[in-house]
Write a protein that binds this ligand. Structure first.
Ligand SMILES: *Cc1c(COP(=O)(O)O)cnc(C)c1O
Length: 465
């Protein structure tokens, strides 16, 4: 399988090439040339597989010979063995035909572990084969940073630099990043906000001349295709448990960069009988405004109790728009060139096609806390604020009570203690492996909000290797 850019430029690339980069050269994102089609019989034969076994059915067509079968098995099995629940992604029921898919049993307590545990090991395999070193550079508003550090720190072939906005991430999130040991691991606290961090990362990717010859930057945010790929698996896993392929299911997905829900859209495209995909947003509702009223425009950033969804623009939405534009990269490039300066809309036919697949909602902080409290009272279950946004959106969008609705529970509530406290509930305990988090030694460097400070730091610290 080859990968092409959403902006139509360049030649098709292999999985390995796509894994080791970020954006395509023309500024687009990589998508598969075509999706594998999964037959009903094939899906039936997958029922009853454990999580790693199912991943080993779904992933190989996407990576072909980049990683041989035996090594892939090793990578996937060890990745999911690091999870603290035997089912990896357990499904629990709330109301009638209403389920939570718990995606927070990995080492850093958010769904990002599903992809980043594997991504780190894949990089290690591929880089060892090529005898190449790379530099991972990423910006985080919280969960990506710790998951990337945890997934990649064991690699002998990477140096990893993660930028977070100084004093603007939660204490648990900061501690999770800054206490990761390893002399190839660097945390930079930028005196600015998350957008500043992202701007610096983007600029560094655009001009990598500060790196030693032969080195390149690799992205760990969800523009990296491998992250999307690994998230396809749990849509199949959950649906098969609830009766697919004979039965249809719907998903509600707390959405920021549209990476997680895009994986659900791909699962549907591969043949999984998905009825509705609910795009659940907080006050940062660019996607809800587009889906409900065909207006695609940037708004002001709001700080909410669900910070991992506090984004202005959902980078992966471009991957979906590419399909919506009939995979016409030039037309999409033209559309995107006007984005930001004006309010965009798509044709009536295209908008209908959006609505045929997606529902959407926007949930404010007050309601988020009410839902957390209500679910705790009714079911004795403590949800994190992102999951609460997902559940409320699911309930708002639901048209029939028959089709099972699966809400993706994207984080463990202990990561977001302030929202839990605001809901009037007692702060949850961290799981055993993180209980001493606040006693661990922190390492990070505060840097100015300046590209050259960051690239200079990277340059200086690479020289020690
Ligand atoms: C990253 C994250 C999201 C948003 O996922 P996207 O793929 O960016 O849409 C939602 N919830 C939590 C807890 C996250 O960490």
């Amino acid at each position: 399988m080859k990968y092409i850019s959403t902006r139509g430029g360049g030649s098709p690339q292999s999985f390995e090439e796509v894994l080791l980069t970020g954006l395509a050269k023309d500024g687009g994102l990589f998508v598969p040339e075509a999706l594998p089609e999964i037959s009903v019989a094939q899906m039936e034969s997958w029922r009853g597989l454990n999580y790693a076994e199912l991943a080993l059915e779904i992933i190989p067509p996407f990576i072909e010979d980049a990683i041989p079968a035996q090594e892939l098995r090793q990578i996937i099995e060890s990745s999911y063995a690091a999870f603290d629940h035997p089912e990896v992604a357990p499904l629990t029921q709330l109301g009638e035909n209403e389920y939570l898919l718990e995606l927070f049993h990995g080492p850093t307590l958010a769904f990002k572990d599903f992809a980043l545990q594997v991504l780190g090991r894949m990089l290690d395999y591929v880089l060892k084969k090529r005898q190449q070193r790379v530099v991972i550079l990423g910006a985080t508003s919280g969960d990506t940073g710790s998951a990337a550090l945890e997934g990649c720190r064991h690699s002998d072939y990477v140096d990893i630099f993660i930028l977070h906005p100084y004093q603007r991430v939660s204490d648990v999130q900061r501690k999770q990043m800054t206490t990761v040991p390893g002399d190839n691991v660097f945390n930079l606290a930028v005196e600015g906000n998350f957008d500043d961090c992202q701007r610096i990362v983007k600029a560094a990717f655009a001009d990598q001349s500060f790196l030693p010859t032969g080195q390149q930057l690799v992205a760990v945010n969800s523009i990296n295709w491998a992250r999307i790929l690994m998230q396809i698996v749990y849509y199949f896993y959950a649906a098969l448990k609830l009766g697919a392929p004979q039965k249809r299911v719907s998903f509600s997905v707390p959405t920021g960069n549209f990476g997680d829900i895009y994986a659900g859209y791909l699962a549907k495209g591969m043949g999984l009988p998905v009825d509705r995909l609910v795009v659940a947003t907080n006050k940062n509702d660019i996607l809800h405004r587009f889906i409900s009223s065909n207006e695609y425009s940037v708004a002001e950033l709001s700080k909410t109790y669900s910070p991992s969804m506090d984004i202005l623009v959902s980078s992966n939405f471009e991957r979906y728009l590419f399909d919506l534009f009939g995979r016409d990269g030039e037309a999409l490039a033209e559309f995107m060139s006007r984005f930001g300066s004006e309010t965009l809309s798509v044709s009536a036919e295209q908008w209908q096609s959006v609505k045929d697949c997606f529902d959407s909602a926007s949930v404010d902080d007050v309601t988020t806390c009410e839902v957390i409290a209500q679910v705790f009272t009714q079911y004795g279950k403590l949800m994190d604020p992102h999951t609460a946004v997902g559940l409320k959106s699911a309930r708002d969008c639901r048209k029939d009570g028959e089709t099972p609705m699966i809400v993706l529970a994207t984080a463990h509530p202990a990561k977001f203690a302030d929202a839990i406290a605001a809901a009037g509930l007692q702060e949850p305990e961290l799981p055993p492996h993180l209980r001493d988090l606040f006693e661990r030694e922190e390492r990070y460097t505060v840097v100015a909000n300046d590209l050259h400070e960051v690239t200079g730091f990277i340059e200086a610290h690479l020289q020690h290797h």
